[in-house]
Design a binder for this molecule. Structure first.
Ligand code: ASC
Length: 151
C-alpha cells in the first residue's frame, strides 16, 4: 500500500515536471494556443493603448480590467513554444526562438514584468502612470517582435 502511494505520488510529480510542450496534443495546437493568447492580449492592450494615447477617455476601471487580463495573458504563450512547434501550422515564429532559447525567455519575462507593472499602474488610477507603464510594455512587445516574429 505504502509503495503504491509512493508510486502514485511520484507519477503525479512527474506529470507536474513534464515540459509544458507535452500539454499539447500536436504542434498545431501549440501554435493555435500561443497565437490565441497573443491575439487576446493584443485586443486588451489596444484598449489600454487607446486611453494611454488619448484616443479614448481615461476610465480607471476599464484600465484595471484590461491591464489585469494583459498581465494574465502575458504568462501564457511561452509554454507553447516547445520543441517541435516551429512548424505544423501557419506561423510567423522565427527559428531564433529555438536557437536562442535563453534570450527568448528573457524577452518573455520582460513582458511579464512590464505587464505586471502596467496592472499595478492602472490600480493607482493615475493616467500618467498608465502611460509610462503602457509605453514600457509596448516596448517589450516590439523588442521581441523585431527579433523573433515575422520572417
Ligand atoms: C499592440 C500590439 C502589439 C504591440 C506592439 C508594440 O497593440 O498588438 O503587438 O502593441 O505593436 O510596439
Amino acid at each position: 500500500m505504502k509503495v503504491f502511494i509512493l508510486a502514485a505520488a511520484a507519477a503525479a510529480l512527474l506529470t507536474l515536471a513534464m515540459p509544458a510542450s507535452a500539454q499539447f496534443a500536436k504542434p498545431e495546437d501549440a501554435i493555435k494556443y500561443r497565437q490565441s493568447a497573443l491575439f487576446v492580449m493584443g485586443q486588451h492592450f489596444g484598449r489600454v493603448g487607446a486611453m494611454a494615447t488619448g484616443r479614448a477617455p481615461f476610465d480607471a476601471k476599464v484600465a484595471v480590467d484590461n491591464a489585469e487580463v494583459i498581465a494574465s495573458m502575458a504568462k501564457l504563450p511561452w509554454a507553447a513554444f516547445g520543441p517541435g512547434t516551429d512548424k505544423g501550422a501557419t506561423t510567423k515564429a522565427n527559428p531564433e526562438i529555438w536557437t536562442e532559447q535563453a534570450k527568448f525567455k528573457e524577452a518573455s519575462e520582460k513582458l511579464i514584468a512590464e505587464s505586471t507593472k502596467l496592472a499595478a499602474a492602472a490600480k493607482t488610477g493615475n493616467l500618467d502612470a498608465v502611460k509610462t507603464a503602457f509605453n514600457a510594455t509596448a516596448a517589450s512587445c516590439k523588442a521581441c517582435h523585431d527579433v523573433y516574429r515575422g520572417r
